[in-house]
Design a binder for this molecule. Structure first.
Ligand SMILES: [Zn+2]
Length: 117
């Protein structure tokens, strides 16, 4: 165990991704419950190089265009996107709009299905 340091963690070489799923509730799973089925995921991302840009409408030299959406297989496409090799970054930190009650469930279900470790 390391002692706590009185310094902020470095954000260098980190790609921050923020995502949000939209779902339908057309699938009934019981008399009183409906299944949330993801139909769209939108994400925004930024890195330390983004902070230096004057115009956020321009692509970042490191992370690219900064906004993406996936709708054919929102969960699988998001996971594939997050796992793409990125020479600029040591890690990707993904934050869900509503992970506590909603968005993380789709990722967890897919990770279990794929037996990801
Ligand atoms: Zn960037």
């Amino acid at each position: 165990m390391q002692p706590l340091k009185n310094e902020l963690p470095s954000a260098d070489n980190v790609l921050f991704v923020f995502y949000n799923f939209e779902t339908t509730q057309d699938t009934k799973i019981s008399e009183t419950a409906k299944l949330h089925v993801p139909i769209l995921v939108c994400l925004q991302e930024f890195c330390t190089a983004c902070e230096m840009r004057d115009d956020y409408e321009q692509d970042c030299e490191c992370c690219g265009k900064g906004r993406h959406s996936f709708f054919e297989d929102p969960v699988g496409d998001l996971l594939s996107y997050l796992c793409e090799p990125r020479p600029w970054y040591k890690k990707v930190e993904a934050t869900a709009h509503n992970a506590k009650a909603f968005d993380a469930q789709f990722i967890l279900n897919r990770a279990i299905f794929l037996k990801l470790t």
